[in-house]
Write a protein that binds this ligand. Structure first.
Ligand code: HSE
Length: 298
C-alpha cells in the first residue's frame, strides 16, 4: 500500500505573526511517496533534488515519522521517498514540507488515527531537528492548508483561518543560504511595550482582514516591528524590494519565515505576476541568482 503526496511550501510569520502565523502555497512544493511495510520503523529509501541525510534519525521526515510511530499502536513501519523541489535554507519551509508530508501520509495509510493538531506535534519534532526549535508556524499550514494561527504552544492549539479567494503570494528566493538556527540567534529576547502594541494591533488586523476578505486591511497589517528590523540586514535589497512591490500594487511584503526569501501578497494573480516582474528587475541588477514563484494560497 502506498500514497503519493504534494507537500506544500509555506510562508511562516507573515510579517506580524512570528512563530504563530503561517500560510501554505498551492503550487510550490515537494512530492513524497510513503509505503506501508511490515518491517517496523522508518526507512528513507530515496531523496532526489537535494543532498539530504538518509539516516532516519538525521532526517526531518524520519524524525517526524518516528514521533508518529511512538504515539501510534501500529506495529509495522513505513518507507519514505522524498522528491525535493523546495531548497533547504530558502525560508519557505523546506524541512516542514518533509516533516508534515511524512506524518500526513502515514496517517492516511493507517485510516487517520490522529487529528491534524496531533500530526502537527509529530511534525514539530522534525523542525526541532532542523532548527533546534520546535516551531509550528510552517508545519501547521503544511498540514491544515491555507492560513493557520498557533493560538498556543502549550497546549498546542491550532486555528485554521479562512483565505480570501483572490489572495496570491509572490516569493523570491535569492540564492544565499540563511539557516533558521542562525537567523534566530541574532534576535533579541525582549521588545518594548510600544513595539508590542503595534505588533498585536497588526496581528489582530491581519486575522480580521482574512476573515472578512478585506484586502486593504490585510495590506495595512503586513508590518513587523520586532523581528524584521533585525533580520532584514541579512537579505539583499530588502527595503528596495518591499518598497517597490508596494508601489507596483502589492498589498504588502516581508521576510518569508527566517529568510532569505521575501514574500509579497497581492489581490489577484495578474498583480502577483506584475510584482514578480518588479522583483526580477531589481534582483537582475544584483548579480545574485534567484528563483521566483507566484502561487495561490491553499
Ligand atoms: N518562525 C520561524 C522563524 C519560521 O522565523 O524563525 C522559520 O521558518
Amino acid at each position: 500500500e502506498e500514497i503519493q503526496l504534494f507537500c506544500p511550501a509555506t510562508i511562516a510569520n507573515v510579517s506580524c505573526g512570528f512563530d504563530v502565523l503561517g500560510l501554505a502555497l498551492a503550487s510550490v512544493g515537494d512530492t513524497m511517496i510513503i509505503r506501508k511495510k511490515k518491517k517496523p520503523g522508518i526507512t528513507i529509501t530515496k531523496i532526489t533534488g537535494q543532498d539530504l541525510p538518509l539516516a532516519t534519525e538525521n532526517n526531518v521526515a524520519g524524525v517526524a515519522g518516528l514521533a508518529f510511530l511512538e504515539a501510534s499502536d501500529y506495529h509495522g513501519g513505513f518507507e519514505i521517498e522524498i522528491h525535493k523541489k523546495i531548497k533547504p535554507g530558502s525560508g519557505i519551509g523546506s524541512s516542514a514540507a518533509s516533516a508534515a508530508g511524512a506524518v500526513v501520509g502515514m496517517n492516511i495509510l493507517l485510516d487517520n488515527p490522529f487529528n491534524f493538531t496531533q500530526l502537527t506535534t509529530f511534525a514539530m519534532q522534525g523542525e526541532k531537528l532542523a532548527s533546534n526549535v520546535a516551531h509550528a508556524d510552517n508545519v501547521a499550514p503544511a498540514i491544515f492548508g491555507g492560513f493557520t494561527l498557533v493560538r498556543s504552544y502549550s497546549p498546542l492549539d491550532i486555528i485554521p483561518i479562512p483565505t480570501p479567494t483572490e489572495l496570491y503570494a509572490t516569493v523570491v528566493h535569492p540564492q544565499i543560504e540563511v539557516k533558521t538556527s542562525d537567523s534566530r540567534k541574532i534576535l533579541k529576547n525582549t521588545f518594548t511595550l510600544s513595539q508590542g502594541i503595534k505588533q498585536w494591533g497588526n496581528m489582530g488586523g491581519l486575522v480580521a482582514g482574512l476573515y472578512t476578505s478585506d484586502y486593504n486591511l490585510i495590506g495595512r497589517s503586513l508590518e513587523d516591528h520586532i523581528i524584521e528590523p533585525i533580520r532584514s540586514i541579512l537579505i539583499p535589497e530588502f527595503k528596495k524590494v518591499t518598497d517597490s512591490v508596494k508601489e507596483t500594487g502589492a498589498l504588502g511584503a516581508g521576510i518569508s519565515g527566517s529568510g532569505p526569501s521575501i514574500f509579497a501578497l497581492s489581490k489577484g494573480k495578474e498583480m502577483a505576476k506584475q510584482v514578480a516582474e518588479t522583483i526580477k528587475t531589481i534582483y537582475s541588477k544584483t548579480g545574485i541568482d534567484f528563483d521566483i514563484h507566484v502561487s495561490k494560497i491553499a
